[in-house]
Write a protein that binds this ligand. Sequence first.
Ligand code: RFL
Ligand code: PHB
Length: 387
Amino acid sequence: MKTQVVIVGGGPAGLLLGQLLHRAGIASLLLERRSGDYVLGRIRAGVLEPGTVDVLEHAGVADRLRTEGLTHDGVEIGYRGTRHRIALKELTGKHVTVYGQTEVTRDLMAARAASGAPSVYEAEDVTLADIGGTPRVTYRHGGKLHEVQCDFIAGCDGFHGVSRRSVPADALSVFERTYPFGWLGVLADFAPLWRELIYAASDRGFALASMRSETRVRCYIQCDLNDSLEEWTEPRFWEEFGRRVGSDIAARIPSVPALEKSIAPLRSFVAEPLRFGKLFLAGDAAHIVPPTGAKGLNLAVSDVFYLYEGLRSFYRGNSASGLDHYSARCLRRIWHSERFSWWMTRQLHQFPGDAFDGRIQQAEVEYLLESRAAQAVLAENYVGLPL
Ligand code: RFL
Ligand code: PHB
């Protein structure tokens, strides 16, 4: 079989690229290791930058987002028992949209199915060959081995995927930071007791109050990396969450079961460059940010948009310059988001150890809460730097 672009990975990055290419008349084959239901069962991001919404509009997949997405003009920072609003709209003229990654993925899956563009779910042993020359991708499906020749491969297969590992180690530079804690997340059905997201720093650790709709909340607490999900029963989770976000909310949390509960480690990671021969990495395959800045999905979307522009001008205009500049163009935006996500994480979590670092952190949060200029810096980054 032959196609123009093989897309490895059917998360938001891979699906969005497929949809944009389809609309530009460029053929792709999408290979996803898991089943569609499994992909939709992963609960992840919730906040979309305006630039991300624009790209989804451009891809023709924003109908439901437009009606069901929640517009948020601010976020709150909780600190030492009080809450302070960062007025995103006033400070930047922009707002963010609360719309779950699951829903973005669902909309993209529906668009791909409707377009008739081929996807293979439960594709096993995806292997990339000759990525420096005439690329081929092999995979196993339904007990059979398949081989596809293509012009380009888009590695959209997340942090644990095969694409980045297919690049010779000496051709990649890796930059990495891990954090000594994780996030325990709970999804539950009750009407949010907060109007906007609350990022709460407390002596007991960080907590985030988020939401998916008018009837569904998503909440996180900073936890120990060695904690097990079993020890975090729902009553214990809600009690701890309440102590961190504030007593007004704590008193009103209903006793409800979790629809989903998971622990995620926090990591900053960038692999450079994003291109090797005919392989282009995009999204989590190339970089990871800790979730505190709500940047991961948004960065995946900006990578994909640049890659789509590069491929479109290659096929339409016979110009390879967009593809040649792809990596540098992405990396500039990636590092700005890496910095912001690292900074948000650093300011709002409890870190073990150093008393000096602790005092600096305290001074920095106090400055943020007192200075309109500091708030404008946060707001500008939170709503997203321009594409
Ligand atoms: P994904 O979503 O990981 O999709 C990669 C897909 O590739 C498949 N795959 C393979 N397929 C074929 N062959 C192989 N060998 C394969 N190996 C893997 C996988 O099954 C999967 O379907 O990466 P993508 O598309 O780059 O999307 C990135 C986003 O998922 C990620 O950045 C965000 O979820 C990060 N994130 C957040 N981002 C935001 O912008 N705003 C947020 O509010 C936000 N909150 C979060 C987050 C991530 C979190 N976790 C769990 C890490 C909150 C959390 C808790
Ligand atoms: C979420 O709703 O899952 C969410 C929101 C904001 C973040 C991280 C996660 O910074």
